[in-house]
Design a protein around this ligand. Structure first.
Ligand code: FAD
Length: 379
């Protein structure tokens, strides 16, 4: 979120300082999966339309940044296959197939939520999970989370009006004075092209895009609330080495994702944990996900696990992204709460953020994505 905000603000001509307590991509965005799934095509409201448009514009925006940097975000619109184990799931899926015919059509593209009897790709998903058929969603895509973070960081590093401080943590904010205080954490990595900073920075606008850690400072600056504005939902994922075609669709069943990436790597995930003791440690729950993935995709049966990873998804009280100026401090803006959809919408949220900063109402931004909606929910 912060990287996209910095990119868009830099493009708009502002002097931008991006500060991270470790380095860009050190939080949830530095994970493994990178699935870009649309919401279901039924009840296609303003939220689903915003996400649909964002999923369509993302590859166009990435191409421009990739051409400038020579780096790749590992994006491909590979689609998604959902096996249907039970007949009642097929009934629902066939309704969605009709919904997609109207919802997923626009001048920028036409996509399907197709229900099929035969596997959309031969010898990929174990047919034992597809007694009632398959869904083939052609809108879904995947991206490399770390590739994306490296791409956006590199783009910023070549901009005269942008600078990045790594290993630098936000310590306190004086909203009235437009001043933020930072301290060095010692968490940046040697050899990375980012200085550390310690001291005060004066700002015209401050964007709090700190993932799960943004909720506390936003609460501190907001009017008194009855409930917390958000929480971290832990997720665990793994990376496997397997010679799968990177053009294969993402496979998805019951919360288990299998995401073939380039270079013989396949990401599998994820747990979704509301309570946890060790937010960044993996455990037997990940073993369970890995076993389910191996069962679903026979080609993974003996694939070695080369990385295990855990992180915290920022889940806002109203479950949706949280964007906008603080009521009493319009020079400070929240940008967090992407929960499970951040990668597909962050660039579009950043456009809306710039609109807000420049005094325009981002008319396409759903009301539910605005900070005001979350503040109302938190009382
Ligand atoms: C297992 C798992 C799988 C997921 N899969 C997907 C997926 O397939 N598709 C998808 O769209 N989403 C997915 N998500 C969710 C997605 O990763 C998050 O929604 C997204 O990364 C959040 O981005 P963010 O920029 O808001 O926060 P983060 O990526 O967490 O970034 C916050 C940054 O702020 C920095 N920071 C924090 N506090 C401070 C401070 N005081 N001072 C300075 N810097 C600070 C951190 O170091 C960090 O770099 C997944 C999440 C998990 C855990």
């Amino acid at each position: 979120m912060g990287l996209w905000a910095a990119v868009k603000a830099t493009e708009a001509g502002y002097g931008v300082t991006l500060v991270d307590r470790a380095r860009p991509g050190a939080g949830a965005s530095g994970g493994l999966l990178g699935a870009l799934f649309p919401w279901m095509p039924n009840r296609f409201d303003d939220k689903k339309k915003f996400q649909y448009d964002a999923l369509l514009s993302l590859p166009v925006e990435l191409s421009a940044l990739e051409a400038e940097t020579g780096l790749s975000a590992g994006y491909a619109r590979v689609g998604r296959i959902i096996p249907l184990p039970k007949p009642h799931l097929r009934v629902i899926a066939e309704r969605h197939q009709q919904d997609a015919i109207s919802a997923w059509r626009s001048p920028a593209g036409a996509f399907d939520w197709r229900v099929t009897e035969t596997p959309p790709v031969e010898s990929y998903i174990d047919p034992a999970f597809a007694a009632a058929g398959y869904v083939h969603d052609t809108l879904a895509a995947r991206m490399s989370p770390r590739g994306l973070c490296a791409l956006l960081t590199a783009w910023l590093q070549h901009r005269p009006n942008a600078r990045i401080f790594m290993g630098t943590e936000l310590e306190s904010i004086d909203a009235a004075a437009g001043r933020a205080r930072f301290r060095a954490t010692g968490a940046s990595q040697p050899g990375q092209d980012g200085e550390t900073f310690c001291g005060d920075i004066l700002f015209d606008r401050l964007v709090l895009a700190m993932g799960v850690d943004a909720f506390a400072p936003i609460e501190a600056l907001a009017p008194p609330l009855q409930k917390p504005l958000g929480q971290g939902v832990k997720g665990q994922a793994a990376l496997m080495a397997a010679d799968l075609d990177p053009g294969l669709p993402v496979a998805f069943l019951d919360g288990v994702y299998v995401v073939p990436h380039a270079g013989g790597r396949v990401a599998v995930g994820s747990t979704s944990e509301n309570s946890y003791d060790a937010p960044f440690a993996t455990d037997a729950q990940l073993d369970d996900v890995i076993e389910k993935a191996r069962a679903l995709i026979p080609a993974l049966a003996n694939a070695p696990v080369i990385e295990r990873w855990a992180g915290l998804r920022p889940k806002a009280i109203a479950r949706d992204p949280m964007l906008g100026p603080l009521p009493d401090h319009p020079n400070i803006l929240a940008m967090t709460g992407g929960f499970k959809i951040s990668f597909g919408v962050a660039h579009a949220l950043a456009d809306a953020l710039i609109d807000m900063i420049e005094g325009r109402d981002p008319v396409r931004l759903p009301d539910g994505f605005r900070l005001a909606a979350h503040l109302a929910e938190a009382g």
